[in-house]
Ligand binder design. Structure first.
Ligand code: SAM
Length: 355
């Protein structure tokens, strides 16, 4: 018989692993599929929007995030669409910030276009955010407007300044586009160093059809694809680049830049395979758990979350999350160079899946 005075230790839940044994420790949480920019490689603004009533409430988003945190997720990145245009976004940030304070979460971060950062930077820092990614493909105002469908560069630069002033570390994310911004990488690298930021170049991902793609598909332009190994070779003519062991918990591989003292990140989603070490899942604003950005397929949680009359128990949510994660595919299928048919596989637009 057990001694009633002795409290049995709480058994930790078994870790969240997919069917291949990869531990899932990183959630990208999309707060909205809406965005206030129309970047030329992204489907935001072109894809059909998820009807408002299907968008998860902040409480529902928090519930799934907390369920995943209980199962072992240690890093949450808020994304979208544009996360900072979600009304009352700070309510969710503070809820998840509480998980940081309790030691259940190691990092809360976000990816933003920066346009509303001046308003939120201090609050984000106060809630426990320590670093964020800011998307910036060019420093030229006219080019910025051309890439983003008419966006202004100035508010983004103000957002960056506010973030730095609030003590947030910022990584500048830049999609490498052949014939669009490839002449600017030297300038961006130097400028990032001056701002005390890392720069991360991202390979263009084929997340939809080509020009004239159907509704819901990204306007992917294959001629803009620029392999990052080539970019690295070019940059190495001017900069002293050394492989760094630094990791930020995601797919970026880092180099140190001797001349600036900063880092250059490379996300070579297509030219290099890093799926074997993938630790991520995404939750869309509409409540689908997406195990892989580069393959169709999602697990719809919204009907479960809104189940009537008997609400979803925590145990049933845990079961659903484990089932969804178990379906994570071995690897993405971006390699249309090897199989041209795959280039046209319609995938969920990145603005909906969460970038
Ligand atoms: N609105 C926020 C922003 O601008 O950062 C977050 C969402 S956005 C979809 C997240 C990131 O995905 C951005 O850095 C964007 O440049 C990147 N992205 C979007 N479409 C892409 C594509 N087809 N290939 C590579 N990166 C892409």
């Amino acid at each position: 018989m057990s001694d009633p005075g002795v409290v049995a230790p709480v058994q930790p839940l078994p870790p969240l692993v997919d069917g291949l044994g990869r531990a899932i420790t990183y959630l990208r949480l999309s707060l909205t599929d809406r965005c206030d920019l129309r970047c030329c490689y992204c489907s935001a603004g072109r894809a059909a929007l998820v009807p408002r009533e299907q968008i998860l409430s902040l409480e529902e988003l928090a519930r799934v995030a907390q369920g995943l945190i209980r199962l072992g997720v240690r890093k949450v990145r808020l994304t979208g669409g544009e996360p900072l245009i979600r009304r009352d976004v700070m309510t969710l940030v503070r809820t998840l910030g509480g998980q940081l304070a309790a030691g259940a979460l190691e990092e809360l971060t976000l990816t933003t276009n920066g346009r509303h950062l001046a308003r939120y930077a201090a609050d984000l820092a106060a809630a426990g955010v320590r670093r964020l990614n800011l998307s910036l493909d060019t420093l030229d105002p006219a080019r910025f407007a051309a890439i983003t469908g008419g966006g202004r560069l100035e508010p983004v630069l103000q957002g960056l300044a506010a973030a730095r002033q609030a003590g947030l570390a910022v990584r500048l994310n830049c999609v490498a586009l052949r014939g669009v911004n490839e002449d600017e990488f030297d300038r961006l690298l130097a400028w990032a160093g001056e701002q005390g930021c890392d720069l991360c170049l991202i390979e263009l991902m084929p997340l939809g059809g080509g020009e004239g793609a159907g509704e819901g598909e990204a306007p992917y332009r294959p001629e803009h694809y620029l392999p990052l190994p080539l970019v690295r070779q070019r940059l190495a003519r001017r900069w002293t680049l050394t492989d760094s062991p630094y990791r930020s918990g995601g797919p970026a591989r880092y180099l140190t830049v001797a001349e600036t003292g900063g880092r250059l990140g490379l996300i070579a989603a297509r030219s290099e395979r890093f799926c074997g070490g993938c630790n991520r899942v995404r939750l869309t604003a509409g409540g689908a758990l997406v195990p892989c950005l580069g393959r169709p397929g999602a697990f719809e949680l919204r009907p479960l979350l809104r189940r009537q009359p008997e609400p979803l128990s925590e145990l049933a949510l845990e079961h659903a999350l484990r089932t969804a994660v178990a379906q994570k595919p071995a690897a993405h299928d971006f390699d249309h160079g090897r199989n041209p048919a795959l280039a046209l596989v319609p995938r969920c637009p990145i603005s909906r899946t969460g970038g």
